[in-house]
Design a protein around this ligand. Structure first.
Ligand SMILES: [Cu+2]
Length: 352
């Protein structure tokens, strides 16, 4: 915890340096960044050693709830698009048709078979054809739902490939800490920013809106969980006191944080951006005040962020940013080590 606080303080001062540098070189900065992105990986690694970071400004409506929104948030991961398709393209139409059918049958029965319209009731008690139909059709519907659902579950819990970046997420009453064991084992402490009006939630933390990159009130934090975009990340989730739940709706990610236990799941974000979530397990008085802010950066910018922490190291300086965008957890990218096939096999057996 102590090292985490130090790391946080240093990152704050580095941030301040970054801002003043950015304002002085405002004109020169844009072409310089464009050049960096196009240069060779070796040059990116050299830049990363220097270490620099200015928090990204979130895009309104992306990775956050929208006013009067009632459906799922727009998805920014392959699994999320798949899951949202199952919900919007399979489940909702089936539910709608079934509800309308049952409603129509009820109305027909009420109108045609009441005592006035149909004084002599039929004595029919069996009809083989109808009984076969009303047994078979629901069975077929359930099979139709089960096939994509089980496929989604299997894909969601396939283990991360060998060499994936590991990030450790810990839920605490009432903030999150993010550990980066592959990057020199520094820790980031993440507290909710205080709302502009109302009581102070976290002492010593600034108010939301005091920096140009601040996102929505009650969702923005002082130190975000920064991750590389376009590559699988192994999230290991635990808690230090009571059960919390790490949930980011636009990334199709929710996993309980349980004290004394590590839950693991792959996070894979399609493109850079800021994505907000909240603790989703009632964990005490300030449960509603421990949001999650995930900032996904291109690999070279992620490396530069890593190097702003004392004792940090770049885990994979030559990773080509965004080259594995089509990768789903458990499906090996081309040229990956065959060893991971063995770990994928038991998952496939379980799914059947
Ligand atoms: Cu919590």
């Amino acid at each position: 915890m102590k090292s985490g606080t130090n790391a946080s303080a240093v990152s704050q001062s580095v941030k301040a340096l970054g801002i003043s540098l950015a304002s002085v070189l405002a004109v020169a900065a844009t072409p310089a960044f464009a050049q960096d992105a196009a240069s060779a990986p070796a040059a990116a690694a050299t830049e990363a050693v220097a270490g620099s970071y200015t928090p990204m400004k979130p895009t309104p409506g992306v990775g956050m709830p929208v006013p009067e929104g009632i459906g799922l948030q727009d998805q920014y991961s392959k699994l999320g698009e798949y899951g949202a398709w199952i919900h919007n393209g399979v489940l909702l139409p089936i539910i709608t048709v079934i509800c309308l059918l049952v409603l129509a049958l009820l109305i027909i029965v009420v109108l045609r078979y009441n005592r006035r319209a149909n004084p002599v009731a039929s004595k029919t008690s069996h009809n083989t054809l109808i009984e076969v139909i009303w047994t078979l059709v629901p069975v077929l519907i359930l099979i139709g739902i089960a096939v994509p659902s089980i496929d989604l579950i299997a894909k969601q819990y396939k283990p991360a490939p060998k060499g994936a970046l590991t990030i450790k997420v810990t839920g605490n009453q009432w903030f999150w800490t993010y550990g980066y064991p592959d990057n020199g084992d520094f820790e980031v402490v993440s507290n909710m920013l205080n709302p502009v009006t109302g009581p102070t939630i976290n002492n010593g933390i600034r108010k939301v809106g005091s920096e140009p990159w601040d996102g929505p009130s009650h969702l923005e934090v002082d130190n975000r969980m920064v991750v590389p975009a376009g590559e699988p990340i192994r999230l290991q989730i635990t808690a230090s006191d009571v059960i919390h739940s790490f949930a980011v709706p636009s990334l199709w990610f929710k996993l309980d944080a349980v004290p004394g236990r590590i839950n693991e799941k792959v996070l894979m974000i399609d493109k850079p951006g800021v994505y907000y979530g909240q603790c989703s397990e009632l964990c005490g008085a300030k449960h509603g005040y421990m949001p999650i802010a995930v900032e996904a950066l291109p690999r070279d910018k992620y490396n530069a962020w890593v190097m702003t922490h004392p004792g940090a190291k770049v885990d994979n300086p030559n990773a080509p940013a965004g080259s594995e965008t089509d990768y789903l957890p458990g499906e090996e990218p081309a040229g990956a080590a065959p060893a991971a096939d063995a770990s994928a096999a038991p998952a496939a057996v379980e799914a059947e």
